[in-house]
Design a protein around this ligand. Structure first.
Ligand SMILES: [Zn+2]
Length: 140
């Protein structure tokens, strides 16, 4: 649970947006499922690593993260709220550092990480994920 300081309109609305099972994520999952892919959702790719991915293909070691534009500091929609800007900046920067740390650790353990921005076209994103998974199948 995150305590949000101040009550500045836009930022607070964005911060309160859902971070799991977002519309984008659900469409991606539906597309993948329809194409015959089976996967786990909201699961740690590696038990010992306390990071949860949104879509996980354990055998093929593919982990998908659907990142919210606000919390993960999207270059297109990431905004720095004016009120309590230091607090927000620290928060979002910490998330970004954590994301790249997650990517690094997982790839060191042989995982392929796919990051999707919540603003991306979910059908295109699903195609991208499908391509990665098929590629891993071939090379596995
Ligand atoms: Zn965005």
């Amino acid at each position: 649970v995150v305590t949000i300081p101040s009550t500045e309109g836009v930022s607070v609305r964005m911060a309160r947006q859902k971070t799991r099972d977002t519309a984008c994520e659900l469409v991606i999952r539906r597309c993948l499922h329809r194409s015959g892919f089976r996967y786990f959702t909201h699961r740690r790719p590696v038990q010992a690593l306390r990071r949860e991915a949104d879509i996980v293909f354990p055998r093929l070691k593919v982990a998908v993260f659907v990142d919210g534009c606000f919390w993960h500091g999207c270059p297109v929609h990431g905004t720095w709220p004016k009120a309590n800007s230091d607090w927000w900046r620290a928060k979002i920067e910490a998330n970004r550092l954590r994301d790249s740390d997650t990517d690094r650790r997982l790839s060191e353990m042989g995982w392929r990480v796919v990051r999707i921005w919540e603003h991306e076209d979910p059908e295109q994103a699903a195609l991208r994920i499908a391509a990665v998974v098929r590629n891993r199948r071939r090379s596995g």
